[in-house]
Design a binder for this molecule. Structure first.
Ligand code: FBP
Length: 333
């Protein structure tokens, strides 16, 4: 059986696009390289005293972990040659980073959350890296703020019992698993389809007191007993959006992080450009859906780099139901 590595799959997919320059292919392959490096650092972080706080805070006022900073550095270095990228923005950097040598020529701009699920870092929980690729346009920070449907590619790397890379370029969602003995990501699932409905929901109910009545009613509705509609749903919240979304990609269900009027997060917690947009692109390409509760996440543009947005993402059935409850319409008759 011939092995389908990430690089081989990307190069074969490129052949379907005669006008392709090969630059996007090279760029996507680099995320594979960055994923391997970050996986290696995670595996030995406890041995190398790389767990714990970096004693710095990011632009969101959140404590930075040493691994947040290390993963950010690995990603920046991974694209600092080959002239593909002109600028990159990250959850861990106040301002975009401009690649001096290619600021005028690099065709692409990147946005990433280097270490998603930071609260899991010190307890060996599931973690992820989220990435989004855009055309550089005029190469300014403003060029990064466009609607989610301007993304060229997006995906995530999941660091769990196995390291998994999932990406889309707008032609379906493809899933690869890292074979540590080969040091290669191997194709595990091509053109993944998310089930239209699920049995699980992922939300931090500890914040319920700050939610809008519609969100509270939706959560209570999922927990009521009614086998005909597959209820009650099971709670599946890992503390890592990437970990929860990966489960939903394979089993269906919904993850939501609503606006929270009481904890100073009137727009929720998640960042629109490098958490919501890329995962919405993946979800929709797999047949799922992503909403703010009111609007399609991919139609939303940002005013600021680190802007937050409420997010409900997952199977079409549950996300549509969530939007009904947010509109105050309750469940369908
Ligand atoms: P980070 O990118 O800073 O980790 O924030 C995102 C996140 O950790 C998600 O992965 C996760 O679902 C959520 O925040 C957890 O937030 P909370 O601790 O409020 O439940």
């Amino acid at each position: 059986m011939s092995l389908v590595t990430l690089d081989r799959f990307i190069l074969q997919s490129e052949q379907a696009h005669p006008a392709a320059t090969g630059e996007l292919s090279q760029l996507l392959m680099r995320f594979g390289l960055a994923g391997k490096q970050i996986a290696r650092e995670l595996a030995v972080a406890g041995l190398r005293k790389e767990l714990g706080s970096a004693h710095t805070t990011n632009v969101q006022g959140e404590e930075q972990k040493k691994l947040d900073v290390l993963a950010n550095e690995i990603l920046l270095e991974t694209f600092d040659y080959g002239g593909l990228v002109s600028l990159a923005a990250s959850e861990e950097m106040d301002e975009p980073f401009f690649y001096t040598r290619t600021a005028e020529t690099g065709r692409y701009a990147l946005l990433f959350d280097p270490m998603d699920g930071s609260s899991n870092i010190d307890v060996n929980g599931t973690l992820g890296t989220i990435f989004s690729v855009r055309n550089r346009k005029d190469g300014s920070e403003e060029a990064l703020l466009g609607a989610g449907n301007e993304q060229v590619a997006a995906g995530y790397i999941l660091f769990g019992p196995a390291t998994i890379l999932v990406y889309t370029c707008g032609d379906g969602v493809h899933l690869f698993t890292l074979d540590p003995s080969l040091g290669e990501f191997l194709l595990t699932k091509d053109t993944v389809r998310m089930p239209a409905r699920g049995r699980g929901f992922a939300v931090n109910e500890g914040h319920v007191s700050g939610w809008a009545p519609g969100v509270r009613a939706f959560t209570e509705y999922l927990k009521e007993k009614d086998p005909e509609t597959g209820r009650p749903y099971s709670t599946r919240y890992s503390g890592s959006l990437v970990g929860d979304l990966h489960r939903i990609l394979l089993e269906g269900g919904i993850y939501y992080y609503p606006a929270d009027a009481l904890s100073g997060k009137p727009q929720g917690k998640l960042r629109l450009l490098y958490e919501c947009h890329p995962l919405a692109f993946v979800a929709e390409q797999a047949g799922g859906r992503a909403s703010s509760g009111v609007e399609r996440i991919l139609d939303l543009a940002a005013e600021k780099l680190h802007q937050r947005s409420p997010l409900a993402i997952g199977s079409v059935t549950e996300v549509a139901l969530y939007e009904r409850f947010v509109r105050g319409e309750g469940p369908p008759e």
